[in-house]
Structure formats: C-alpha cells, structure tokens
Design a protein around this ligand. Structure first.
Ligand SMILES: *Cc1c(COP(=O)(O)O)cnc(C)c1O
Length: 391
C-alpha cells in the first residue's frame, strides 16, 4: 500500500484531536436531547453541555456567555457580523471599511452590500501584507459604521495589529469586526483589551469539528445591534435560529481549551519547524517569502518560486506532501491568489506559490522530507525549462 502524503495544509483545515472526539461522542448517542427542551432530563443534560461550552469559550476571549452566538463556522459568523451590522445601522451611515487581503467570506458579503447601495473602502496592504494604520485612520468617515480586518491571514499568515486597530475604531466611534478563524488559540485574543466588537471563530482550524463556529457580539460599551440573518425558533436570543448542534459545540469548546492550554509551547515548536523548512528552501535562488516572517502565524510559510510553473510544482509534490497554492477556497479557480497580487506579486509568481501549513501533528522528520522534495522538484522543473529554452 502506498503511503498517504504528509499533511501540510493546516490553514485549510486540521485533523480533529482524539481528545476532542472523546468529549463529543456521548452527545451523539445517549445525550442526544435538544438543548432547548426544558421539560425533561434529555434536554437538560444537552442544555447544560451547551451552557458549559459557551461559558468556557466566552472566558477564553474575555467575553460573557450572552455575547457568544453559535454559527456553522466562520463564513456564517462573518456574514452575520457584516450584514447584521449593515442592516441594523444603515440609518447612521452606509460606509464600511475592509482590506483587500481578507478571506472571501468577508469580501463577498461586502460586495453583496455594495450592490445594495452601501459604500465600501478596500484598504491596500504593504508589500509584507501588513495594514498601514495611517491609511485606516484617514479612511474613517462620519458615515463609517464598521471596520472589518482579519486577525491572521489564511494564505500568508500575517498578523494584523488588532489592538491598535481596535483602539482607532473605538476612538472614532466605529464598530470593529475581526475574522479570527486563523488566529484563535494561536495568539492571545482579549475582546476587552483589544476593543473588538465582533469576532468570528471556527473550530475546524483548531483541531475541532467542522460545521461549528461562533460570533462574539459585544453587549456593553457599546452594545452592538445586530439584525439576524436566519429566522426561526429564536435560539441564540433570536440572533441565530436553528437547533443547537450539541456535539459540535462541546467539541469546539474542548478544542479551544486544549489549544489555549498548549498555545505557548506549541507556538515555539511550530516556529522551529517553520524555521527548519525556510532554512532549507532559502538555499535556492529565486525563492521569495510572501508576507512577514515574524509578524505571522508560527506554522505558516508561503513562498513564490521563480522559473517554474505553479501547477507543475504542485503536481510534482502531491504524492509526498498535501499542501496548497494560495487558498484552498480559490484553488479551484485559475485566477492567481488575490492576497499575493495585493502584495504586489506579478501573476506568474503568484501562480508559482506554495502555502505550507504546519500543524499540531507534524514532526521535524516530516519537514525534512518535504523540504528535500520541494528542492528536488523545483530544481528538476527548472532544468526541464532550461532544456526547453535551449533546444
Ligand atoms: C477557514 C476560514 C474561514 C471560513 O471558515 P469556515 O468555518 O470554514 O466557514 C473564514 N475566514 C478565515 C480567515 C478562514 O481561515
């Protein structure tokens, strides 16, 4: 039997931690009740599990349990935050600010609102992917209602200065939303200290189950108004109807608690692996790091390679390592990554890019294998190209 390739795509999704699965299992079978049923023990035990999970998640980000709205993931949380605020505040203004390198789950709801008559400002980033805070300051207008800036980028791992952005927004009386799908349990996030008003989370990027996430919605200083996007049974204080998915919620909280408990030691370990990989790749000519090596997720390394074709590169690597070029969501399309072009990379280099997503279960031995294979593949593709051009 041939071995499966080494998984190095932690920004697309992560394998579920066995400890998380253990915590979830009873809630699929014997503790199957509807957490909203309050007339019998089946409902009570499911309700208690959801309550405990909600409290645990809230505590980790320094929120209160009432400020957590469970959703199907970060895509839904982003949609609820952006459209929900737009709909609730349009009387006060129709201007929203975001950034060109955001995930499609932010950019597409923004484009949808633009079609409805909202005005959007898409801030550019510097060549290392970081936002220029002076540009943010000067983009805020009288009629600005919301600023949405992601905490960690899913392609290049860059960490935006969230606390600084939060304080700028609060000084100007503008709501601040952050998509923290990639950042939670990787960097400390405190919604009070960082002046965050809305924050999107998801479990499957932190070794939890797919199909569950949350939106943090501030209730004090200021109390954020939000128009619900899914109506029905009135769950989540009317902000998101639908029967709560108990096992996934339990798994989400468990994944988050493990991630936070191990955050410091795991960050150090991942950074070592990233340095190991980069020190191998760096020996090649014509290889460029995308993003900012230090102001970045410890497990993310994104590079562009000169003199090779992007799809040939992925093809040459796929039996050894599972990774992606740009983001998983856009790799079905042939357009180059909007994040890499926003950094100023030309189309060809943007195409010839690799995103290494190192995660909890990767080892130094695996990184060695991947580094060697990447170097061999790049060298051989360059040689073939050379032969083609000289013959
Ligand atoms: C993965 C991801 C999303 C989408 O999250 P889902 O839970 O899969 O809907 C949104 N934003 C960022 C930054 C992501 O990395």
């Amino acid at each position: 039997m041939s071995q499966r390739p080494i998984y190095l795509d932690a920004q697309a999704t992560t394998p579920m931690d066995e400890r998380v699965l253990e915590a979830m299992l009873p809630y699929f079978t014997e503790r199957f009740g509807n957490p909203s049923s309050n007339t019998h023990v089946y409902g009570w035990e499911a309700g208690a599990a959801v309550k405990n999970a909600r409290e645990a998640i809230a505590k980790i980000i320094n929120a209160t349990p009432e400020e957590i709205v469970f959703t199907s993931g970060a895509t839904e949380a982003n949609n609820l935050a952006i459209k929900g605020v737009a709909e609730a505040y349009f009387n006060q203004g129709k201007h929203i600010i975001t950034v060109t390198t955001e995930h499609r789950a932010v950019l597409d709801p923004c484009a949808y609102l633009e079609n409805l008559g909202f005005e959007l400002t898409y801030l550019p980033v510097q060549s290392d992917g970081l936002l220029d805070l002076h540009q943010l300051e000067s983009a805020i207008r009288e009629d600005t209602i919301l600023v949405s800036v992601m905490a960690a980028n899913n392609e290049i791992g860059v960490l935006q200065p969230i606390a600084e952005i939060g304080s700028i927004c609060h000084n100007r009386g503008v709501l601040f939303h952050t998509d923290a799908a990639q950042a939670i349990a990787k960097i400390p996030l405190d919604v009070v200290a960082m002046n965050i008003d809305l924050m999107s989370l998801t479990a499957h990027k932190i070794y939890g189950p797919k199909g569950i996430g949350a939106l943090y919605v501030r209730r004090r200083h200021p109390r954020v108004k939000l128009a619900s996007q899914i109506q029905g049974g009135g769950q989540e204080r009317g902000r998101r109807s639908g029967t709560l998915y108990t096992p996934q919620i339990v798994g989400f909280a468990e994944a988050l608690e493990i991630g936070i408990a191990e955050m410091e030691s795991e960050s150090t370990r991942l950074l070592q692996l990233k340095k190991q990989l980069w020190s191998m790749l760096e020996t090649l000519d014509g290889i460029h790091l995308n993003g900012n090596f230090t102001q970045s997720l410890p497990g993310n390394l994104n590079v562009s390679v000169e003199g090779v074709d992007g799809s040939a590169l992925l093809l040459g690597l796929q039996s050894v390592v599972a990774l992606s070029s740009g983001s998983a969501c856009s790799s079905a399309s042939t357009a180059p990554s909007h994040v890499l072009t926003a950094l100023g990379r030309d189309e060809k280099l943007a195409h010839a890019s690799l995103r290494f997503g190192i995660g909890r279960f990767n080892t130094s031995e695996e990184i060695e294998i991947v580094g060697q294979q990447a170097i061999a593949t790049i060298n051989s593709l360059r040689q073939t190209n050379q032969l083609k051009t000289t013959s």
